[in-house]
Design a protein around this ligand. Structure first.
Ligand code: FAD
Length: 1005
């Protein structure tokens, strides 16, 4: 055993002795909380329900609502017994006297929250702080309320901080340092600040903007803190905010005014793989700055969130997946901090006796006096450890959250999760009584053991088991990950691509027919909607003669293409996907200029195009081989598919690559030949797809690129006798015309035309009376105004139950006013320009209609001077029969409708011609089930935005006047491009039949 390990064990055992001297359960509050903890640790599923119930409770208004939720959350027979045990009198009384049991429950939860929340307001918290002072425990105070949705809320929060600072400084004027040694390093007043609470529009892809916005907001607070001799710490939140927070810290504290101020600190999270590099940079920065600063080292509070989020997006997970990795890294960073003690003051934020003992032992070894660093622990947790540390003569500071229960809910749930975590130290020590030797083991030793396969089961492995079972078809499909613009290297790549695209402005693209490049006399210009005087490119315009040539070429190429093996066709799509991936930033940048997409949305469009290629290739492999229909002796019957023929693809500009590529790829992989006609507004992106397929090796004539006016060549080809299939996505008006026209059979026509028709929506989101408004507001704003509301899935009617209406509207308007509108070339822009002048005029006309019909509640005022910018607009008092509530606007205009109850909400939501997307924000399991069953929409989204469908995961498409019921990105989609065929052969001869018929056979080529 190394001397360090032996010292750690000694110290650890000493801490445990002191802890055991004053036995106190971790779950020191008896009653409700203790029962909640015990039950949660017994049953993971129940834990989820219990925590969900606890989270919704503060927002329920009446006792009846509380009892209804209780019954809904725990309706399952096997759970109700346990829950009755937990809630005791609460649930038994529920049926009889709800007006008593509701308040009892609410009181219980408030009491439980009080265990973790040090006070409801600055006055309240002083009581706690005074008490701690007598125990020689210092404080850092945090204001609860991290989810601000608007700048009004963020400003209120900043003002409350200032107020808190003044109050604390005043109340603690005469307090002295507990250790009375090196006290200049540790001011009595210590505030912990969360930057996400100070700015509602932090955009991880734009740290510079975050700094530009937050620095002026922080300076008055910092200035005042300095005057009052207080300390300011920047807390660390989710990974997306990490770089911005670090940069902000470095920028502000390097400013002349604060450069020589030593009382600034920041958090480093040891569970992050980046943390070592971040801490080293921070120390270098500190040395360059020349003034001490502080670091609070923690493991990190968002482990579950980070793992879920990265898995959802297909990103590399930023956190370690094995608990001992975080522990070992914590120790490595402890060493780095202590070895740099000359510039950085350390605070070790941990309840883990091993981590604490390690810091103590190492400090001793390095000769650092125990008064020169501190241990920080959370309010309401690990009381005995705090007491033990004080008794050992260490400096202890408690992290004390202040605020009301509702804004503090996510903090409370994080604490409950921490206390019940399978891998947490607190549970192991205080609930499961794991022996000291085990708890004090060197995490590196545990990791070495893990390499021999004996690591205990971890949250990571538990989480993994919740994924789709591997045997299910489609389980192996993986979407292309979205670009994580929180990473600086991706921001740089995007900037470089934008610069490069600018140089390509005014490029010219030809038609492609039968592999030949064709130039015509007429050239279309495609402009940048943010700056219409900038021409992104020119495209040759086809007329009827070129359309005829394209149809003939496609017809000719069909015979050979249909007899090309499906495997070859799948590989073509996969090569196209690889090229799309290679050119990803370039194409995203082009979308920013050609259609005004914000960065992440442009990237999402390219990712979706890649997904369509890989997903359809996969699906075709699953259905390409002829398959036996039934196993009958003496007869072989195989079903397989033939392509339909010549496909005409007519695509819109709003997902200029994804939708075009999706329809084209589906048609190609199924063996059809294709004429693709992109939208006139996104023709350069369309030409890029042609280039990509050519590079991927599409044979001449199999894919033809035809640019031209829909009313001329589009209409001509729809009616053409040699076109067998039309895949259309676009407006209702054009879609219905195509539907009708394709229904007529023309002279010489071989096939009944198949039309795949995706049209618009008038999508509704219902907000229930118990909805989590922090989420509902942010997601509604994003759904309504993201990409300027120009998605067929965009939210256009927000239907709010009257109980919540005023509160929702107030927060919604504040949030809308905070949204960033501007040229999407800048990162972090949410609302850019609409596509062209015609759209601009049409949307403005609708706004005028709205002004006549309803109340104009909000309209943005500051817009860029040039370009087709429409101010995000919200109407309230909208009635279902008004035009703005019925007609598709396709712009950043949102109507709010007030309804009495959920019945009326569903009726209003369904009372439209369309059925594309729909959403619901609620925390009532019964109401959620009702909406799932009754909302008329092709894609129903619960408690999340109603846009952003992902291929394979959310097959997309609507019905009624939204479309013909097909699902792009779904497993049935390819069937629309195919004709099913069955070949039956009598294989018996004189009664003699083969023993067995194979399930699959070779293609009929
Ligand atoms: C005073 C104080 C302030 C804090 N401030 C912040 C802050 O600003 N930002 C922040 O993010 N956190 C902060 N934390 C940390 C956080 O809230 C948790 O309390 C802390 O991570 C728990 O670690 P521990 O050493 O006490 O317990 P332990 O039980 O030893 O460690 C638990 C931690 O290990 C990590 N972990 C769990 N499972 C795994 C796994 N499978 N693989 C890898 N790692 C895993 C997680 O970080 C988890 O929280 C703070 C903590 C304290 C005490």
């Amino acid at each position: 055993m190394t001397p360090l390990q032996s010292e750690i064990e000694q110290r650890g055992k000493r801490i445990f002795e002191l802890v055991d001297k004053y036995p106190e359960s971790l779950f020191s509050k008896a009653g409700f909380y203790q029962r909640l903890m015990t039950l949660s640790m017994r049953d993971e599923q129940l834990k989820l329900q219990l925590f969900r119930f606890v989270a919704v409770l503060p927002s329920l208004h009446t006792s009846d609502e509380i009892i209804e939720h209780l019954q809904e959350y725990f309706a399952d027979g096997h759970e109700s017994g346990k829950v009755a045990e937990f809630l005791g009198a609460g649930i038994r009384l529920a049926g009889i006297v709800p007006w008593i049991s509701g308040p009892i429950l609410r009181w219980n939860v408030s009491e439980m929250a009080r265990q973790f929340i040090a006070g409801r307001n600055p006055n309240d918290v002083m009581r706690t702080l005074r008490k701690r002072r007598t125990q020689n425990i210092g404080f850092t105070v945090d204001l609860l309320g991290e989810a601000v949705v608007s700048e009004t809320e963020a400003d209120e929060y900043a003002a409350r901080y200032l107020h808190l600072l003044e109050g604390l400084a005043h109340e603690t004027k005469n307090w002295t340092d507990a250790l009375e040694k090196n006290s200049e390093l540790f001011p009595v007043v210590n505030l912990s600040v969360k930057i996400s609470a100070l700015y509602s529009q932090i955009s991880p892809d734009d740290p510079a903007e975050t700094i530009a916005h937050l620095a002026p907001k922080l300076r008055p607070l910092l200035r005042r803190a300095r005057e009052l001799g207080a300390f300011i710490n920047f807390d660390m939140e989710s990974y997306a905010h990490k770089n911005g927070t670090l940069e902000l810290f470095k920028t502000v504290f390097m400013e002349e005014e604060f450069r020589d101020w030593p009382h600034a600190g920041i958090v480093i999270q040891a569970y992050l793989r980046d943390s070592d590099a971040d801490l080293r940079h921070l120390i270098e920065w500190g040395r360059a700055r020349g003034t001490r600063f502080a670091v609070r080292l923690v493991k990190g509070a968002y482990w579950d969130y980070e793992t879920t989020k990265s898995r959802q997006n297909g990103w590399d997970c930023p956190v370690y997946l094995q608990k001992p990795e975080s522990d070992a890294n914590f120790e490595m960073l402890t060493r780095l901090l202590l070895e740099n003690e000359s510039i950085v003051t350390s605070a070790f934020g941990s309840h883990n006796v091993r981590s604490i003992a390690h810091a103590q032992a190492l400090a001793e070894q390095l000769g650092i006096d125990r008064s020169r660093f501190e241990f920080q622990l959370l309010y309401g947790m690990a009381g005995p450890i705090k007491r033990a540390l004080v008794e050992m003569g260490y400096r202890v500071r408690e992290y004390c959250p202040v605020g009301e229960l509702l804004p503090g809910m996510s903090y409370l749930v994080r604490r409950l999760l921490e206390n019940t975590s399978n891998e947490g130290f607190l549970r192991a020590k205080f609930s499961e009584n794991v022996p000291a030797e085990e708890l004090l083991r060197d995490p590196r030793e545990i990791l070495r053991g893990s390499r021999n396969g004996v690591l205990p089961p971890s949250n990571a492995t538990i989480n993994m088991t919740t994924t789709t079972p591997k045997t299910q078809p489609g389980a192996h499909y993986e979407n292309a990950p979205l670009t994580n613009f929180a990473l600086p290297e991706n921001q740089e790549k995007m900037r470089a691509a934008l610069r490069e695209q600018r140089k390509q402005f005014a490029r010219k693209v030809p038609l492609t027919i039968n592999g030949e490049k064709i130039w015509t006399d007429n050239m279309f210009s495609s402009v940048n909607p943010s700056q219409p005087d900038q021409i992104v490119g020119y495209a040759a315009e086809a007329g009827v003669p070129e359309a005829e040539r394209a149809v003939a070429a496609a017809r000719m190429a069909f015979e050979k293409w249909r007899r090309t093996s499906f495997e070859e066709r799948c590989q073509l799509l996969e090569r196209a996907a690889e090229i799309l991936e290679r050119r990803r930033f370039e194409l995203s940048a082009l979308e920013v200029f050609e259609v005004g997409k914000p960065w992440a949305q442009a990237d999402g469009d390219i990712a979706e195009a890649i997904d369509f290629c890989t997903f359809y290739a996969r699906q075709m492999r699953l259905m390409g081989q002829p398959r036996l229909t039934q196993n009958v002796p003496g007869e072989e019957s195989y079903q397989h598919y033939w392509p339909r023929g010549v496909a005409l693809v007519i695509a819109p500009w709003n997902f200029p690559m994804a939708i075009l590529c999706g329809m084209v790829s589906a048609a190609l992989v199924t063996g059809n030949t294709v004429i693709m006609k992109p939208s006139e507004q996104s023709v350069i992106i369309g030409a890029m797809l042609m280039e990509i397929y050519e590079e991927a090796g599409v044979p001449p004539g199999v894919l033809n690129f035809l640019n031209g006016k829909g009313s001329v060549i589009g209409a001509h080809m729809v009616d053409h006798k040699d076109v067998d299939l039309i895949a259309f996505t676009g407006s209702r008006e054009v879609g219905l015309r195509i539907w009708e026209s394709a229904g007529k059979t023309r002279e010489g026509q071989r096939e009944l035309k198949r039309v795949i028709c995706e049209m618009g929506g008038k999508n509704a989101m219902i907000v229930d009376s118990d909805a989590d408004l922090d989420e509902a507001i942010v997601d509604s704003i994003y759904s309504a105004f993201g990409f300027q509301g120009q998605k067929c899935s965009a939210l256009s009617r927000l239907i709010v139950l009257e109980e919540n209406h005023d509160r929702v509207v107030e927060r919604l308007l504040g949030a809308a006013a905070s949204v960033r509108v501007g040229n999407p070339e800048e990162p972090g822009i949410v609302v850019g320009p609409v596509i062209d002048e015609a759209a601009y005029r049409r949307i403005l006309d609708y706004i005028e209609v709205g002004k006549g019909e309803a109340t104009l509640a909000y309209q943005a005022k500051e817009l860029p001077p040039h370009g087709y910018f429409i101010p995000p607009t919200i109407f309230t008092g909208v009635k279902p029969n008004m035009r703005i509530a019925r007609e598709e606007i396709f712009g950043p205009v949102l109507s709010v409708l007030k309804v009495r109850d959920l019945d009326e909400a569903i009726k209003v939501a369904n009372g439209t011609d369309y059925a594309l997307t729909g959403g619901f924000f609620s925390r009532s399991p019964d109401n959620i089930e009702r909406v799932k069953a009754q909302l008329e929409a092709g894609n129903v989204y619960i408690n999340r935005p109603c846009t952003g469908a992902i291929v394979g995961r959310h097959p997309f498409g609507g019905f009624k006047m939204s479309g013909s019921g097909t699902k792009a990105g779904g497993k049935d989609y390819l069937l629309n491009f195919l004709i099913p065929r069955v070949v039956t052969e009598n294989v018996a001869r004189h009664g003699l039949a083969p023993e067995k018929t194979p399930e699959y056979r070779d293609e009929f080529l």
